[in-house]
Design a protein around this ligand. Structure first.
Ligand code: SAH
Length: 221
């Protein structure tokens, strides 16, 4: 497939899977039309990169369904000058979408092998407002806090306290919260005298593993 063909398929993906399901933010839709999603999946899966489902990216992890990426991105209400933290770099695709919409993006993954691959693609595509590192993202990235927005792309048993602490006043944290099998997409907004919660629907993510989330090990079904 040529790059022009990928661009055409990507536009169709946004029209039929994302806009048709109610994502309306013009900035989010434009970002989803720009980022070459196929570059973030193994080459053998390039022809499936714009389909309506998650795909494997190695290490038993997945790149989320395009619609979920758009939904979570819209929920962050990003403005151009925002500083954003992502937990769960994975393939780097969601980080690239965030980098299109914010002034600086910090992304953490606990797995070095995925981080390396993601960094390589992100550099090839020329994203220079994006910083990736290996570590336990449930601890946040204190040196760069506070953040206007924080996105967690793995399923958590509860909202990790350090992430709420690292939100700026008015900041938004979007995170799937629930058990190992299903979660509720939750938005935590930091307001003057505490936090406010919105619930944005059901979802299913791989586990968030760390000090303020699930323990490592155990059985995955
Ligand atoms: N956003 C990614 C998909 C993430 S899959 C994309 O666009 O491709 C979930 C990722 O969360 C996995 O790569 C997994 O290694 C990572 N993860 C799980 N627990 C984590 C933690 N405590 N800190 C950082 N990353 C974590």
């Amino acid at each position: 497939m040529t790059e022009d063909e990928f661009t055409a398929i990507r536009k169709r993906m946004v029209d039929t899977q994302i806009e048709a399901r109610g994502v309306t933010s013009p900035r989010v839709l434009a970002a989803m039309r720009r980022v070459p999603r196929h570059r973030f999946v193994p080459q053998g899966l390039w022809d499936q990169a714009y389909n309506d489902y998650p795909l494997p990216i190695g290490e038993d992890q997945t790149i989320s369904q395009p619609y979920i990426v758009a939904l979570m991105t819209e929920a962050l209400e990003l403005k151009e000058g925002d500083r954003v933290l992502e937990i769960g770099t994975g393939s780097g695709y969601q980080a690239a979408v965030l980098a299109e919409l914010a002034s600086a993006v910090y992304s953490i993954d606990r797995l070095g092998s995925l981080t390396e691959k993601a960094q390589k693609v992100l550099a090839e595509l020329g994203y220079n407002n994006l910083h990736v590192r290996v570590g336990d993202g449930t601890l946040g990235w204190p040196e760069e806090a506070p953040f206007d927005a924080i996105l967690v792309t793995a399923g958590a048993p509860q909202v990790p306290r350090p992430l709420v602490e690292q939100l700026a006043l008015g900041g938004r944290l979007v995170i799937p919260v629930g058990d190992r099998f299903s979660q509720t997409l939750t938005r935590v907004r930091k307001v003057k005298d505490g936090v406010k919660y919105d619930y944005l629907g059901g979802c299913r993510f791989v586990r968030l593993i760390g000090q303020y989330a699930w323990p490592a090990g155990g059985v995955d079904y």
